[in-house]
Design a protein around this ligand. Structure first.
Ligand code: NAP
Length: 292
């Protein structure tokens, strides 16, 4: 048990917020954990988990006196939330978020910042297709990367936050917002877009064919349906807020897809085999890095 902050406030008790609160309790990382969410159903579900010293629906009240405030809400809601809470934060407190896009979060939070608080955006690279408080679990972040954007924060503040994140089970990595958004566009956002498209195509098939696709779904399609069942609001916000990087990666993807399309049309098996061999190696390196 290592106490890092006296009082931590988590706002947005979905998959990520609840997992953070559970993981803080596991590691004994905070003296007090205050949880906040705009939904009354969520309040009831959170109280059953016994992870919070206090549940407070009003985020401004929840934030008062906290040493660390974590905004774990959809990226489209971060700016408005920052506007609500920042005037009530105590001087010297740290504000972070868990949003999947970073340029938009910087843009939306910056108009509301105060000079006497530390703004340290972050993003845990951990998640599942489930959402809401019942989806949270304490080991969600174990062994997963947690990206931190130090901006112009003092080193001592960044290091303390990284110690906290390490206590949650994660491995920290520092990054700049534009690089983060490019990497995530390819590794997370584009795969979700492809999954949503493939499953959407199945939905549009004529009834008999659609029923058989569902009945005989081999593991490939099943995996896509798992990804495509992810929270619609969260993912709507991700695509609207990382539009430039996603569109850039989509353009490259379309070109590569056309290459494969052509290879199939012209029966160029060597080209297909060469690409599939290269992609298999990527899978091996992900397993070797412990990120499978
Ligand atoms: P989630 O399960 O949908 O939970 C979000 C929670 O925040 C919901 O309970 C929502 O309530 C609440 N909320 C929304 N606006 C709020 C506001 N203004 N004030 C207080 N509460 C508010 O989402 P999540 O998966 O935990 O994701 C949270 C954040 O982490 C997002 O920014 C997402 O991009 C990021 N993230 C997600 C994953 C993932 O795999 N899921 C991974 C890494 C990072 P309502 O449902 O009533 O709106």
């Amino acid at each position: 048990m290592t106490l890092i902050y006296d009082k931590v406030t988590v706002i947005g008790m979905g998959l990520i917020g609840t997992s953070i609160a559970l993981s803080i309790r596991r590691g004994g990382l905070a003296g007090q954990v205050i949880c906040s969410d705009c939904s009354t159903n969520v309040a009831k579900a959170v109280s059953r988990l016994n992870i919070t010293n206090q549940f407070e629906a009003d985020p401004a009240i929840a934030t008062k006196d906290a040493d660390l405030v974590i905004m774990a809400v959809p990226v489209g809601a971060v700016g408005k939330l920052a506007e609500q809470i920042i005037p009530h934060m105590k001087s010297g407190a740290v504000l972070t978020d868990t949003g999947s896009t970073k340029i938009s979060v910087l843009r939306d939070v910056s108009p509301h910042l105060r000079e006497d608080i530390y703004w340290l955006p972050s993003h845990p690279l951990a998640g599942t297709e489930h959402s809401g408080p019942s989806a949270g679990f304490e080991s969600l972040f174990d062994g997963r990367y947690w990206i931190v954007l130090p901006l112009d924060c003092e080193e001592v503040v960044v290091s303390k936050f990284e110690t906290f994140v390490t206590g949650l089970g994660s491995v920290t990595e520092r990054m700049q917002a534009d690089y983060h958004d490019k990497v995530l566009a390819l590794t997370s956002h584009l795969p979700h877009l492809i999954a949503y498209t493939i499953v959407g195509t199945a939905v549009d098939l004529e009834t008999q064919l659609k029923n058989d696709v569902i009945r005989f779904s081999a593991s490939g399609f099943r995996d896509f349906t798992r990804i495509a069942s992810s929270d619609p609001v969260m993912w709507r916000d991700v695509f609207l807020n990382n539009d430039a990087a996603v569109l850039e990666m989509l353009q490259r993807f379309s070109e590569d897809l056309s290459y494969l399309q052509r290879a199939i049309r012209w029966q160029e098996g060597d080209k297909l085999e060469e690409i599939f061999t290269r992609t298999r190696e990527i899978r091996r390196s992900i397993i070797d890095a412990g990120q499978d």
